[in-house]
Structure formats: C-alpha cells, structure tokens
Design a protein around this ligand. Structure first.
Ligand code: PAF
Length: 282
C-alpha cells in the first residue's frame, strides 16, 4: 500500500502510469471510511487500472468550526480498511498546506443556482469549498472516472455541473447509498453518535420511507408538513429542512409533474451532530 502525502510526488508518479495508458479512478473522501466508501473503492478498482483514494478533511467546505474540529480523523484505521480490499490502491492523504499552500480559501463557483438550495442555503460557502477541493484533486490525480455517493445527492449534481461547465475530462460515477441495518444512511459523522442516538437516528430513514408512501396520494406540501410535525414530536431531533425537489434542478416540488423525478432531502441534528439523507419519491 502506497500512501502519498505530497501532490507533486503523487502527480509525477501518476503521470508515468498515464504514459503507459493506464486508467485512473479517483475516490475523494474525508476519511473515517465506512462500507459506503469501500463500495466506491471496490467499484473503482473493478473499472480502472489504478485507484486513488484521497483522504482529506477539507477546511474550506466547513461553515462551522466545531464541526470541522470534531470531524473524525482515523487515518491509520482507514489505511488498514483500504489495504484489506486491495494492496495496490494508492492513498493520497495530504496536509492542508500541501493542498492550499499559503492561502486557505475557496474559489467561487456558479453551479446554475444549484448551490443556493438546501445544503448551500444552510451551509454558506460549502459548495465553493467542495468545488475548490474537487477541482484541485482532479488536477492532481487526472482521473478518467471519479466516484461519489448518492447520499450527498446535491453535491453529486454540483460536481456534475462543475465538470460540465469547466469541460473537465472526467466521468462522474454515482453510487448508491449504503445503510446500516437500522436503515440509517452510512456517514462518517455516525462515528460521533452515542449508541443510543445511533439507534434513534433510524427514525430519519423510517420517516423518509413514510414520506415516500404518502407522496403517492398527497401533495409535496402536505407530505412536508407531516414530516415536519413528526420531527417536532421527537425532542431529540432538530429538523433543519425536509424538501421534496426535482432531482435535476433541485427546485422544490410545487405541483407534481409525472414526467419529473422527485427526491426527498433531509438534514437533521441529533446530539448536535448534523445528518443528511435522501430518498427517491416516485
Ligand atoms: O463527500 C465528501 O466526503 C466531500 O465533500 C468530498 C467530496 C471528499 C470533498 O471534500
């Protein structure tokens, strides 16, 4: 297992492999790897000659210092997990300085308004930070494919827009959400939940499933109200948002159109830890 910590060393290693016409898959992560990440890494290993897994807690995408400080950092355990999959995978675990050099700041991006909704509305600057790091990683690694989980569905649409607008030569592969037995979407942030809260957090996906059922006969507005009421009754949660939106534009569903695909999107706090999830509604 090779672990690179410097972008220049990684880039020159990869450029010699590219000269041999090898294909590179990139799995960008912030570490605290779980089964969801491992499934992306496995898929990339199947589809590419070389897989690079980046592990970097990107400061510019956090709008909350406490969230950044408390984000789990488990590099040794992450390396071991990747090693059990395939020892030829390359890990890139840079320092903040290696990525940002002297100035830790984001570029600003226009993602056709996708950045103004949901996560973007509640985490100001988040998607500028995501775009900045993803673009930098693409420049360093030069992947032909990059793998992103559907749990962060808005991020996925934003990365696809970034690639299109900047004509970046990389294919974005969307991968399904992995869930714990309880239905809770796997997330690095779950590591921070007490076992009691982790059990309680199963309510999030149960409510999304209920919302999906209700959406067959009720309007988006009615379903949204029911979800909001359900969370009001559960004092351990603070609901930040629940929205039913068009999968493509992320515009809120005002009137159902049978030609459109809708998703439910949720962000909720439990124990001061922010969790997000999403479900296909129709
Ligand atoms: O989804 C994540 O873990 C992060 O947003 C990403 C894509 C690795 C960028 O830091």
């Amino acid at each position: 297992m090779v672990v690179f910590t410097e972008k220049n060393v990684l880039s020159s290693h990869l450029s010699s492999l590219l000269k041999e016409n090898k294909t590179i898959g990139l799995v960008p992560t912030m570490g605290a790897l779980h089964q969801g990440h491992l499934s992306l890494i496995e898929l990339s290993s199947k589809e590419n000659d070389i897989t690079v897994v980046s592990i970097f807690v990107n400061p510019t995408q956090f709008n909350n210092k406490e969230d950044l400080d408390k984000y789990p950092r488990t590099l040794d355990a992450d390396i071991q997990k990747v090693e059990t999959l395939n020892t030829s995978i390359i890990i890139y675990a840079p320092s903040v300085k290696d990525i940002y050099e002297e100035t830790i700041s984001s570029e600003s991006f226009d993602y056709d308004g996708l950045e103004l909704k949901m996560e973007g509305k509640h985490r100001i600057g988040h998607f500028d930070g995501v775009g900045t790091i993803v673009k930098k990683l693409f420049e360093i690694v030069n992947p032909s494919k990059a793998y992103f989980g559907e749990k962060d569905f808005q991020q996925l649409q934003i990365v696809k827009t970034l690639v299109k607008k900047h004509a970046l030569p990389v294919e974005i592969i969307a991968c399904p959400i992995y869930r714990e037995k309880s239905g809770l979407a796997m997330s690095s942030r779950n590591e921070r939940l007490s076992s009691e809260s982790r059990e309680k957090a199963a309510f999030i996906f149960k409510t999304l499933q209920r919302a999906k059922k209700l959406f067959a006969t009720k309007s988006a507005k009615e379903v949204t109200k029911i979800v909001e009421e359900a969370f009001k009754k559960r004092k351990e949660f603070t609901l930040e948002y629940f929205e039913i939106a068009d999968e493509e534009t992320l515009n809120i569903c005002k009137r159902k159109d049978k030609n459109k695909k809708y998703r439910g999107f949720i962000a909720v706090f439990i124990d001061n830890i922010r969790l997000i999830d999403t479900i296909v509604m129709n």
